[in-house]
Design a protein around this ligand. Structure first.
Ligand SMILES: Cc1ncc(COP(=O)(O)O)c(C=O)c1O
Length: 361
């Protein structure tokens, strides 16, 4: 605490990112939903082709080459795509562009358990928030989002950390019930579900879908996120971007991202491998008495048998395996476990069995 902090800085509760291993520390990192496989090998050549003098110039503001590649694989036009420095930034811009702030504004509706950056952005931009409790089975309470009293809606689909998918028919109900406000569907994990609300874009001008290269494209380190929606929504995002930082995506990131997006076959094969491993490990955990919803993401939301989630988290950490534990109401009984390679996941199972058996081999 410094006496120079303003009121916002004093009071905000910042987002807490998953633990990063120290340099040189050997860990199995299953705590931040990264992809265990490397990004497209075509990136190597693209990087060596980069001419040093281009670094002397500011990058193209709109990430045109990335939007063009995204438009091709997403089946939209480049005018429907916005790019930013990770989808975190795109979410932040969206909150500023579409949801009203200040006392008396209709609240933004979000699930009580969802991506924990939503309440942080709401606080940062003084947007009133109404948290709608998930149902007991952790599914989104669609009817509560359809009461027509909100100033917008934001949720992740599939949701995090629950890993559950909301059917598109339900997403559509929410869109229809909130025709005068933006419904933001955060599809950070959509590639692992095979379901996307982008198919609803021709019907709903109030739909904004965000996505990221961090998970499906194995590029969390690059920081490239995007939004897809009606060109008027995209224009709104550009207005906010150009009121904050006109160059959110650097020229190297633009080059790498466009090459990675074009190599869709590589991306889809890695996604497929992650999904196969995910379903195998889910079965393995269930056979050990753990409870977990059907995951449509690249992580498992799993409740251990006999021991607390916190105890297992701690013991796994001692063994060099990082998973995510949230000490929060309703979800403190669960671990969020990113799907790694088969070898990493087998090591996780072995460690879990050792912990359960009381051996610490
Ligand atoms: C639901 C959800 N949305 C957005 C993000 C942010 O992704 P990015 O790396 O693109 O900022 C994450 C990251 O874990 C996430 O879980």
């Amino acid at each position: 605490m410094s006496r120079f902090w303003n009121e916002k800085t004093r009071n905000i509760e910042p987002y807490v990112a998953g633990e990063q291993p120290k340099p040189g520390q050997k860990t199995i990192k299953l705590n931040t939903n990264e992809n265990p496989y490397p990004a497209s090998p075509k990136i190597r050549e693209a990087i060596s082709d980069i001419e040093i003098p281009i670094l002397a110039r500011y990058p193209e503001t709109s990430s045109r080459i990335v939007r063009e590649e995204l438009a091709k694989v997403l089946g939209v036009t480049p005018e429907q795509v916005f790019c930013g420095n990770g989808s975190d930034e795109v979410l932040a811009f969206s909150f500023q562009a579409f949801f009203e702030s200040g006392e008396g504004a209709a609240p933004l509706l979000v699930p009580d358990i969802s991506y924990s950056f939503y309440p942080v952005y709401a606080e940062l931009y003084s947007i009133p928030l109404k948290k709608i409790p998930l149902k007991d089975d952790f599914s989104i309470d669609v009817s509560a989002f359809c009461e027509g009293n909100g100033g917008g809606v934001a949720f992740a689909n599939p949701n995090a950390p629950t890993s559950k998918l909301l059917d598109l028919s339900d997403v559509e109900k929410i869109l229809q019930a909130n025709p005068d406000h933006v419904v933001l569907v955060d599809e950070a994990y959509a590639a692992f579900s095979g379901v996307t609300a982008r198919t609803l874009l021709p019907k709903y001008k109030n739909l904004l879908v965000t996505g990221t290269l961090s998970k499906s494209h194995s590029l969390a380190g690059l920081r490239l996120g995007f939004a897809v929606g009606d060109p008027e929504l995209i224009e709104g995002l550009c207005r906010i971007r150009d009121s904050f930082n006109s160059y959110p995506v650097d020229c190297i990131a633009q080059k790498i991202a466009s090459v990675a997006i074009a190599d869709d076959a590589w991306v889809m094969e890695n996604v497929r491998k992650v999904c196969v491993t995910r379903d195998r490990i889910a079965q393995e955990l269930r056979s050990r008495g753990w409870t977990l919803p059907e995951s449509k993401t690249n992580f498992l939301f799993a409740k251990p048998k006999d021991m607390t989630a916190e105890a297992i988290y701690t013991k796994l950490r001692e063994k060099g395996i990082l998973v995510r534990y949230f000490n929060k109401p309703r979800i403190s009984g669960y671990l969020r476990i990113t799907v790694g390679t088969d070898e990493e996941m087998d090591a996780l199972l072995k460690a879990i069995d050792e912990i359960a058996g009381g051996t610490n081999a």
